[in-house]
Design a binder for this molecule. Structure first.
Ligand SMILES: Nc1ncnc2c1ncn2[C@@H]1O[C@H](COP(=O)(O)OP(=O)(O)OP(=O)(O)O)[C@@H](O)[C@H]1O
Ligand SMILES: O=P(O)(O)OC[C@H]1O[C@](O)(CO)[C@@H](O)[C@@H]1O
Length: 323
């Protein structure tokens, strides 16, 4: 197939996520197979504003596709939130004769791409890359599985010490507005309680369970960072209902965003990279590449909303195991 696209620009934006390098590798490999030039834009929208481009090839990416982070670096760009920043970004696209763009990031990145689309007409496709798994149009985002695996390792370690001391532990996991890391890691570690932004009943379950708690067993509470009740507030509510227990807090933080991607994220990066590049070549634009029910899917950016809802099956699991 002869494509009108001769030169693609690609960048990573928002929080880094394990698997981004695998996706870059797959885009490079696919582009090369069609004789398309690939340029990497460094530091997300910041690099687009500053005309910070580097050539990319699959050989160089093959050697680092197993690493976490992103070769292209990433950023949260306040300058791109302004009309001036967006104009400068568009000039970079024109100056470098970029025929199409691929953005790897979260929902903020995709909102940014929509702003760019409003002032220019460069075709673009998004690859969902965020550990939060808070995007519609795909069952899983790049980096989520690795982040959950990292959180699980940490919580397992915490259980060892909690069991030894008969302690109650509050473990805060990441997820700016999303409880996906919380519910997956909590269920996988046998947590006694899981607090997520998508549930209102979870704190009631927790307080009911813990008010008369008097046991030699550890008691693990996983709290999503985005939950309406912050860890400190949860701690004080627990102390109010049961002042006798020994309580400790562990915030896992950015540990969850680093590390080599899991097999699942490497494969997802490869699949999404190929899907996004071939979609552009076939004339698609304004879509997010994803996998739904294990099948490739392209969803329009316009319909994109943050995936706030935890489905009924997961909610039922939460009630069964933590209710
Ligand atoms: N409404 C918007 N208009 C224009 N640009 C935006 C908009 N929202 C976000 N952006 C741009 O996209 C960048 C990335 O967004 P954000 O920081 O929300 O991360 P993200 O892509 O959602 O990833 P993560 O889920 O890892 O946080 C922002 O720093 C900003 O430059
Ligand atoms: O690294 P930063 O900019 O502090 O962002 C932290 C946020 O990014 C995320 O890790 C998503 O990338 C959220 O879970 C978290 O709230």
């Amino acid at each position: 197939m002869v494509s009108k696209i001769k030169h693609i620009g690609i960048f990573t934006s928002g929080g880094d996520a394990p698997g981004m390098n695998a996706a870059l590798f797959a885009v490079a490999k696919t582009a090369e197979s069609y004789g398309i030039k690939l340029s990497g834009i460094r530091r997300g929208f910041e690099g687009l504003i500053d005309n910070d481009l580097i050539p990319l090839n699959s050989r160089q990416l093959q050697r680092i596709m197993h690493l976490g982070g992103t070769l292209l670096k990433t950023a949260r760009s306040d300058r791109f939130m302004t009309a001036l920043g967006q104009q400068k970004a568009l000039r970079t696209v024109q100056k470098n004769n970029l025929d199409a763009l691929i953005a790897i990031g979260g929902d903020g990145t995709f909102r940014g791409m929509l702003s760019l689309a409003n002032i220019g007409n460069t075709p673009f496709i998004g690859i969902p890359g965020t550990i939060d798994n808070d995007i519609t149009g795909t069952d899983y985002t790049l980096g989520f599985d690795s982040a959950v695996n990292t959180a699980i390792k940490c919580i397992d370690n915490i259980r060892d010490t909690a069991e030894s001391h008969n302690r109650v532990f509050l473990v805060e996991v990441m997820g700016r507005d999303s409880g996906y890391i919380g519910i997956y890691s909590g269920l996988s570690c046998g947590a006694d309680s899981i607090l997520i932004p998508e549930s209102d009943e979870d704190i009631t379950y927790l307080l009911n369970k813990i008010k008369n708690y008097d046991s030699e067993d550890a008691f693990i509470v996983v709290v999503a960072e985005g939950d309406a009740l912050r860890v400190e507030e949860v701690m004080s509510q627990i102390r109010n209902v049961n002042p006798h227990i020994e309580l400790r807090v562990a915030k896992l933080g950015h540990i969850q965003r680093g590390g080599n991607p899991s097999a699942q994220d490497r494969m997802l990066g490869i699949r999404l990279g190929v899907l996004a590049t071939t979609a552009l070549i076939e004339g698609e634009s304004g879509k997010i590449a994803g996998f739904c029910n294990n099948k490739p899917s392209l969803s329009p950016f316009e319909g994109l909303v943050k995936k706030h809802l935890i489905n009924t099956e997961l909610k039922d699991l939460l009630t069964l195991f933590c209710g």
